[in-house]
Each structure stands twice: as C-alpha cells, then as structure tokens.
Design a protein around this ligand. Structure first.
Ligand SMILES: *[C@@H]1O[C@H](CO)[C@@H](O)[C@H](O)[C@H]1NC(C)=O
Ligand SMILES: *[C@@H]1O[C@H](CO)[C@@H](O)[C@H](O)[C@H]1NC(C)=O
Ligand SMILES: *[C@@H]1O[C@H](CO)[C@@H](O)[C@H](O)[C@H]1NC(C)=O
Ligand SMILES: *[C@@H]1O[C@H](CO)[C@@H](O)[C@H](O)[C@H]1NC(C)=O
Ligand SMILES: *[C@@H]1O[C@H](CO)[C@@H](O)[C@H](O)[C@H]1NC(C)=O
Ligand SMILES: *[C@@H]1O[C@H](CO)[C@@H](O)[C@H](O)[C@H]1NC(C)=O
Ligand SMILES: *[C@@H]1O[C@H](CO)[C@@H](O)[C@H](O)[C@H]1NC(C)=O
Length: 919
C-alpha cells in the first residue's frame, strides 16, 4: 500500500460528506441492516497491535437504534433517497465470521465499501458480494478472509478500485475463470491490489488481459501472489499507469521496455522477481519516476547513466543484481534522493564523496568496493539506515564519528577485514538513541563496547567474531534483565568471553553465545525465555545439568549445547518440542537414557548426542522422527542390536553409531527400500557380527547415483544458524567435517567382527568416497567390480583375511588417495599405473606373498602381466592415456582442507595431498 492509496482512503469520507447534505434521513431497511451487521461482530481493541496500526476506533459503537444512521460514524447516505451509499469501517476492531446471509449484502445502493483491517477469522467472501452491483470502491484487504474469490465479483462492472488480500495471513485465491471475467467486465478499474492473493493458477494469457484496462489502470499491485511465467512488457507501456508493484513473485519474469514506457510511472517495484535483461537508457524519459525497486532480480549490465537526468528520484533499490562497474557518480548528487540500495552487486572502485546530503537510507554492502571510507558519509545527517558490510574498504576510521548520525536506527559495518576501526575514544560519545539494529561482527573489537549501554531501544545486537575478552560487564546483565524490552536477537559468539552466562530477556528469539569461554551452570531463569527460537551455547565450558526449566522453551527450533561439560540426564521434554529442528548436545558428559518420548509428527531433522556417556537401549520412538536427516550417536555406551526399525526413515542421510556397544547381526527388517537416502553409514567400533549387511548395501540408493555436477555441491543444514557437522575416520585420523557436503558418501564398518566374503555389490555404490572395512575377519578376494568405484578416495581393507591378487581394475580409481591393504594374505604382483604409482610400502605391509613396486621384493620376470592388465583396462573402457593423465587430487580432499583436522601426527598422505592441491 503506498502513501497515495492511504491518503485516498483516509480522505474518502470527507469527499463524500462534502457532497451530502445533513437533511437526509436514513432508509429504514438500511438502518436495521447496519444494526444487524454491527451485532454480528465482537469488538477486539487489540487488533490494532496485530496490524501494527497506531490506533483504531470502534466506529460501530456510535450506532444506536432510533437515531439517524446517516449521522453514524463511517456511514454515508445519498442526499435524496437516504440510502446508504458509503460504508467505511476500516480499522474498526470488528471480529467474527462474515456469514453468507450477512445483511451487509442487502445494502444494494452501496458505492463504497471499506472493511479493511478487521478480523473476519478466516471466513470466505460469499457470492452475495456480486449483489452490490453499484460498488465503485471495494476494500476488503487485511481482513483475514480466506478461500476462493467468488466468480460473482465480476458482476461489479462499475468498480474503480479493488483491494483484496494485503498481508501474509490472507489466504484468498483467484481462479482463471473469475479473473478473466472480472478484468473483462470491470473496464473502469483504476486501482487493483491483490497482494498476497494466490494467483498461481493465472497464466500469462490471462494476465495480459490487463492491457484491456489500458485507458483506466493507474495502479496495479500484485506482490506475493505466486504469479508465474513471462509478463509482456506491454504492462509497462500502459498509458496511464503510475504505480506498478509485482514484487516477491520469484517465478515471474519479463524485461523492461526498450522504449514506449508508461510515461506517468512514478513507482516501480519489481524486487524479488525474475525480471532480467538490461535497464535501457530510455528509462530517463520517465520524468515522474520517483521510487524504483529492482532488488534481487536478474538484471545485468551497467546502471544507465541517463538516470542522472531523473533528478526527482527519492528511492533507488538495485540490490541483489549483477549490475557491475563503479557506483555511478550521479548517485552522490541527486538532490532529493532518500533511499539508495545497491547491496549485493558486483560494484567495484571506491565510494565517491557525496555532494547532496538528502539520503536517509544507504546500503552498499556486499560489493567489491575499495579505497577509503569516504568522509562525506558523515555529512549525511538525516541517515537512518547505513549498511556497509562485507566490502574491501580500507584505511582507518574513528567509531565516534558515527555519533554524528542523530537519527540512525540501523548500523551495519561487519566483515570489513581491511578496515581498521578505532573503538576506543577518550571522550565519551553517544550513538543515536534511536539505534535498534547494531551489527559489528568481525570488527576487531577487543573489549565490551560501552557505547551500547545508553541504547534503550535495541532490537538486534551482533558482536560476534570479535576478540572481546573478560567477563560480561554487570551493566550488560542488567540491561538484558531490566531495560531491553524489545530485544529479539543477540549474537556474542566467537569471542573470548568468560564468567557466567548472561540471562536473556523473556521476549528474545535468538540467543547466540557459542564459542566463548563461559563457565558455570545454565541458570534456570534462562529458560523463562519462552519465545526462544534459537539457543546456541555450544563450545563453552558450561557445567552442571541442563535445567529442567528448559522445558519452558518449547518454541525452540534449534537447541545447540554442544561441546560443553554438561552433566546429568537429558530432559525428557526435548522430544516433545513441536518445532524443534536441530538438537545438538554432542560432546558433553551427559549420562542416562536417550529420551523416550519423541512424538509423532515432530520436526527434528538433526539429532546429535554423540560424545556423551549415554547408555541403555535406543528408544523405538526415534522412528517417529520422520524428517530426520542426521542421527549421530557415536561415542556413547549404548547397548543394543542394530536399529533396523529406522530403515523406513526416508530422509535419513547420516547414521553414525560408532564406538558404542552395539552387537548382533545387521540384516534388513523387510522394508522394500531401506535407508533410501543414506550417504554416511558408520557403525565402526562396535561388536557387530555375521556377514557384511548385503541386504542394506544393495539398497543404498543414495550411494549409487553420481551427481556429476560436483561444483554445485551443497552443504546440509541451515547455512546461517546451524551447520551439520560429523566426524569421520580416515586412516585412523579423526576429521571433523564442520559442514557436510551433500556429495560426501562413506561406509565405515571397521573394528567389528564381520566375517564372510567381500561383497561384489559394494562395487555398485558409485558415488562412494570412502570405504573402511578394516579390523574384521572378512575373507575372499577383492571383486573386480571395485574398479567401478570411480569416486573412491580412500579404501581401507587392512587387518582381514583377504587373499588373491589385487585386481588391476583398481587402477581406474583416479581419485584414490589412500589405500590400505596391509595385514591380509594378498599375493601376486601389485598393479602399476594411475594412483598406484603414488602408494608407499605401508599400503601393503604384512602380505608376504605380494611383489613389485613399491615393495623391494621383485616379481618373477616371466610373469606375463602387461597383457593381463590391459585386458581389464579395456574391459572397463579406459585406455592407458586416460589412466596416465587421470590421477588427480580428490575433489573431496580439496574441499576438506578448509576443515579442522584433528591429527596426532602429520601423515604423509595428507602432506602429499596438501602439496597436490596447492599446486
Ligand atoms: C430497533 O428498534 C425498533 C423499535 O424499538 C425495533 O422494532 C427493532 O427491532 C430494533 N432493531 C434492532 C436491529 O434492534
Ligand atoms: C446467518 O447464518 C448464521 C449461521 O449460518 C446464523 O447463526 C445467523 O443467525 C444467521 N443470521 C441471520 C441474520 O439470519
Ligand atoms: C458484467 O456486468 C454486468 C453488469 O453488472 C452483469 O450484468 C454481467 O453479468 C457481468 N458479466 C459477467 C460475466 O459477470
Ligand atoms: C540529460 O538531459 C540533457 C539535457 O537536460 C540532455 O542533453 C541529455 O541528452 C540527457 N541525457 C540522457 C542520457 O538522457
Ligand atoms: C533533513 O531532514 C529535515 C527534516 O525532514 C529536512 O528539513 C532537511 O532538509 C534534511 N536535510 C537534508 C540535507 O536533506
Ligand atoms: C575449559 O576448562 C578446562 C579446565 O578448567 C580448561 O583446561 C580449558 O582450557 C577450558 N576451555 C575453554 C575453551 O575455556
Ligand atoms: C568437567 O566438569 C567436571 C566436574 O563436573 C570437572 O571435574 C572437569 O574438570 C570438567 N572438565 C573440563 C574439561 O572442564
């Protein structure tokens, strides 16, 4: 809703009143219809808070039987007939159902009807609306109406303005039939606003009917309507169009006209759409253009210099595009520019000096801007919003200069690694008292900033990734408890804070203090924060139990208490939190059983309880976690048989039971497609026995398909607030993958008592990166099919009873970086070529009957091995050349270099890999 619209509706009663005389008396039928309408609703004076409006008045309170209805608040009558022709009950606190028999539909003379900003509690709009055929203005936006817009709305052929939907609580939908008829019949429509109405069924051809309204349409607003397809650029050529808002329809594309624009256009919002192409110079002909929002589209090319001629601009938003080059110089001098948003582009060069100081909103974040922080920014006295994070700006800056902005409510300077900001200052200074959002992540702050203390209205504070030392000052604890009533977001993580945990205030949603050195217990009072969505206290030194009061925080989405020193039992209630999405309690000292009340329909995607002292059996109700993707129970004392009852979990990708007391045979329970998406299967260091779990392995579909497009690989988890991590073991080295690549695929069955033959079917797991079957009692030979594991980067079969020759097909494994076949009974010649030229003696130790490079024991010269090996290579479609040039660093190892590597020594293979990747 733009300002003109609001003004129009505010002033409408005055226009109408001005033309009506006070001599009319209300028609009897209309009086009783209005009274019955009034009585069908309750009054709820808290609706204004819900809608965020300053104040609403209960207009119907002045409606009394026996008085002239033409005098009632919000009612307008025809001067001659006394019929009610206008009804404005916008923002009147009405609450209740709108019934199909509602008497409002009997006011047939109505020309204006405005019921916006009331609460009709999800009722539908009934077809009786089509009876009000004299309506010229209809506004039912922001009323919590739902359901289909009735087709009879097309009877309203006199409509000049129509407003439905309005906010995300509107659940209305329009079907193509109704839409087509409406647009064909209501040919006088000047304003059409259907924001948040579901229009996903409306096709391009139906949408283009709008051009039929070319002589009338002035304002069109269809944001958040799920429109799809390509919109013809004709819409931007409608001769009378002044305002167009199609924002937040990510599947709606189109291009801007090259010429022939709607000349009166003053407001254009295409943010978050798929509009693309160039912004043509001809845009400069739009002399009335005042606000332009083209953020998060696919526009490319230069920002047209012709925009300079549009000196009347107040709002420019070109954020999240691919716009390139320096910031156009005219941005600094537009005399009435209030809003400049160029964040998330590929802008280069330095920020120039401003010569016009009208700006109120400036965002240049996430660009490649260089050079000094321009001094003239501090002349922008009216600035309320300043975002300059993630740039390459350099030089020195005194933070106290920001106290010049007296009206600032948003300040973001995070992630400017080249910029040195001096936060110390001899004189005390005060930032704008209006400051609500302060984001100073990664700003090299090393003591707790005092300038926060006077800020009474803080909503969000981010001081993460600094080096703030020492305990949290008392004034900060006090502020949290007594002053900051509106605070919703606090991030103090990745600092060096010590001492007690601060207690977050009741209304807070995000409380992030992970990766500090905090000690002591988690206070019960902390759990009064019943609106908490995300609580992250991971990586501290907290001790004592998880307080049972944690059960008050039942709206949690993420609970991360990982890597502390917490003891005691896991509170049972955690399994019943309806929205909990990630539960991470790994690496504490928790003991006892795993909670046994995971409820049906829970939202859990990640459960990590590894690295504790949990014992007992696994609760069967874990099978209720049907959204589960990661289950990590490694390094506990759980004593049970294999949880085959988890095999029906369709989303499970990571299952780690490593280092527990699991035992028995692993067999499929009977699901047709057990564990269909599993990619990391780690049951190492247990006491499993029997043959290798063939019935599962042949069904691991998640490990069979190879996604060739590895550059587009993704990590699991919500990137911002939670990354799934998992520890895997490679050649005896623990590696923590801080984020799990969706292409990471491993099987680890090592250190158990598996016996029987090595399975051919393993060769079908084509996307496997790592296979560890070491320290078992596996017999037989390596199947040739292992040559099909083309993505394999490590293979450990050591300490088994394998025999026979090493199949030459293994030289097809171009990414194999680690091979361990030691302590078996292999015999014959070690294949040469490919990665086999890089393995050392260790790979083969304890196999007395092996010979050839790299072992010193040479093979019998008569042995006819080259043809033998060529045979295998050709069979698999590989020629010598391909093998010779093929060996390369594993993709995964390259990716791993960024992760924490926990090593006791510095193994050669790792050093070799590092060298390989760096070269
Ligand atoms: C209004 O008052 C009249 C006369 O007292 C009565 O007949 C009628 O039912 C009342 N109407 C309503 C809607 O209360
Ligand atoms: C309208 O219908 C509802 C239920 O459908 C009923 O409760 C109400 O009394 C009816 N109102 C009138 C005025 O008939
Ligand atoms: C178009 O409007 C006229 C006048 O209200 C009405 O009679 C007619 O039924 C409408 N047509 C459609 C298809 O709704
Ligand atoms: C800007 O306006 C000047 C004159 O006012 C005109 O000469 C020039 O061509 C215009 N530039 C563009 C790019 O439209
Ligand atoms: C700042 O805002 C005030 C009040 O709206 C206005 O009078 C003044 O001109 C503005 N300053 C600049 C430099 O635009
Ligand atoms: C946690 O406490 C232990 C024992 O007091 C200490 O050795 C360790 O350095 C502490 N860790 C952190 C992150 O403060
Ligand atoms: C963990 O807490 C126990 C007491 O509960 C203490 O003895 C131990 O030193 C702590 N460990 C660390 C690493 O802080």
């Amino acid at each position: 809703m733009n300002i003109n619209n609001i003004l129009f509706w505010l002033l409408l009663p005055y226009f109408i009143l001005a033309s009506s005389s006070s001599s009319s008396f209300c028609n009897h039928h209309d009086t009783s219809a209005l009274l019955l309408f009034k009585n069908s609703f309750a009054l709820n004076t808290s609706l204004q808070y819900y809608y965020g409006l300053a104040s609403c008045s209960s207009k119907t309170e002045s409606w009394k039987n026996g008085t002239d209805c033409c005098e009632w608040d919000g009612v307008t009558c025809d001067t001659i007939s006394g019929h009610v022709i206008g009804l404005d009950l916008s923002c009147s606190n009405l609450q209740g159902q709108l019934h199909p028999n509602s008497t409002i539909f009997s006011l047939r003379h109505l020309q204006q009807l405005d019921l916006s900003y009331n609460d009709f509690s999800g009722s539908s709009l009934y077809s009786a609306i089509g009876d009000l055929v004299n309506l010229m203005h209809l506004n039912l936006s922001h009323t919590l109406l739902s359901g289909d817009i009735p087709s009879t709305i097309s009877h309203l052929s006199k409509l000049r303005s129509l407003h439905l939907g309005g906010d995300y609580q509107s659940m209305m939908r329009v079907d193509p039939y109704t839409w087509n008829k409406l647009i064909q019949n209501a040919t006088n429509l000047r304003e059409l606003s259907l924001d948040f109405v579901d229009m996903s069924y409306i096709r391009e051809s139906s949408l283009s009917l709008l051009t039929n309204l070319s002589s009338s349409l002035i304002s069109l607003s269809l944001s958040f309507t799920e429109l799809q397809g390509n919109l013809s650029s004709d819409i931007l050529s409608l001769p009378n169009l002044q305002q167009l808002d199609l924002s937040f329809n990510k599947d709606l594309g189109g291009e801007l006209p090259k010429s022939n624009w709607s000349t009166p256009l003053s407001y254009l919002d295409l943010s978050k759409t798929a509009f693309s192409g160039n912004i043509s110079d001809s845009i400069a002909h739009l002399e009335s253009l005042n606000e332009i929002y083209l953020g998060s589209c696919n526009f490319d090319g230069l920002i047209p210099s012709s925009l300079f001629n549009l000196t009347q601009f107040s709002f420019i938003d070109l954020s999240f595009n691919k716009l390139v080059g320096p910031i156009p110089y005219w941005c600094y001098s537009l005399p009435s520019l209030l809003w400049l948003d160029l964040n998330n582009n590929h802008l280069t060069g330095s920020i120039g000096e401003f010569s016009s100081y009208s700006l109120e909103f400036l965002s240049l974040s996430n660009n490649k801007l260089q050079g000094n922080f321009p001094n003239s920014i501090f002349e922008l006295q009216n600035l309320t919003y300043l975002s300059l994070s993630s740039t390459d700006l350099s030089g020195h800056l005194d933070f106290h200069q920001f106290s010049k902005f007296k009206n600032l409510f948003y300040l973001e300077l995070s992630h400017n690694s080249l910029l040195s900001i001096n936060f110390d200052s001899i004189a005390d200074y005060f930032l704008s008292p209006n400051l609500k959002y302060l984001n100073l992540s990664s700003c090299n702050i090393n003591s707790f900033p005092k300038f926060i203390a006077p800020l009474e209205d803080l909503v969000a504070l981010d001081l993460s990734h600094n080096s703030i030392r020492g305990s949290i000052p008392q004034w900060f604890h006090e502020k949290l408890l007594h002053s900051w009533k509106n605070i919703s977001y606090i991030d103090l993580s990745f600092n060096k804070l010590q001492g007690d945990l601060p207690i977050p205030p009741n209304g807070i949603h995000y409380f992030l203090v992970s990766n500090n050195e905090l000690t002591g217990n988690i206070p019960s009072a902390m759990c009064n924060a019943s609106s908490l969505k995300i609580l992250n206290l991971a990586h501290n030194n907290l001790t004592g139990p998880i307080p049972s009061a944690m059960c008050n925080a039942s709206s949690l989405l993420i609970l991360n208490l990982a890597q502390n020193n917490l003891t005691g039992h896991i509170p049972q209630c955690l399994g019943t939190f309806p929205s909990l999405w990630a539960l991470d309690l790994q690496k504490n000292n928790l003991y006892g059983n795993i909670p046994a009340n995971f409820s049906k329909g829970n939202a859990l995607e990640t459960i990590k309880l590894n690295g504790n002292q949990l014992d007992g059996q696994l609760p069967r109700c874990l099978a209720h976690c049907t959204n589960l993707e990661v289950l990590d129970l490694a390094d506990n004392n759980i004593k049970d048989t294999f949880p085959h009852w988890l095999e029906s979990l369709q989303e499970l990708q990571v299952l780690s039971l490593r280092s527990n007391k699991f035992h028995g045979v692993i067999t499929c329970f009977g699901a047709k497609h057990p564990f269909p998406r599993l990619r990391i299967f780690d049951v190492s260091n247990n006491s499993f026995s029997g043959s290798l779990p063939a019935s599962y392995i042949k069904n691991f579909q998640g490990m069979m398909s190879v996604n060739d497009n590895q550059t587009g690989s993704k990590y699991m988890g919500n990137q911002y607030f939670y990354n799934d991590s998992v520890v895997v073991v490679m050649k005896g080295q623990y590696m923590e993958l801080q984020r799990i690549l969706t292409i990471f695929t491993t099987i680890d069955l090592s250190n158990n008592m598996f016996e029987g033959e090595l399975l051919k079917v393993l060769g079908e797991l084509h996307s496997l990166k790592g296979l560890n079957l070491s320290h078992n009692a596996i017999t037989g030979t390596i199947p040739r099919s292992f040559g099909n594991l083309r993505n394999l980067e490590w293979l450990d079969l050591s300490w088994n009873q394998l025999k026979g020759e090493i199949p030459v097909s293994l030289i097809n494994l171009n990414f194999l970086a680690v091979l361990n076949l030691s302590q078996n009974q292999f015999e014959g010649i070690i294949p040469t070529g490919g990665q086999f030229n890089t393995f050392g003696n260790d790979s083969y130790a304890g196999n007395p009957m092996l010979c050839g490079f790299p072992l010193s024991k040479s093979c019998n010269k008569d042995e006819d091995w080259p043809p033998h090996s060529t045979f295998h290579i050709e069979e698999s479609g590989f020629g010598w050349k391909a093998v010779a040039v093929g060996y390369a660093c594993g993709f995964l190892f390259g990716m791993l270099l960024g992760y924490n590597v926990f090593m006791t020594g510095k193994p050669q293979w790792l050093a070799r890999l590092v060298g390989c990747v760096l070269n």
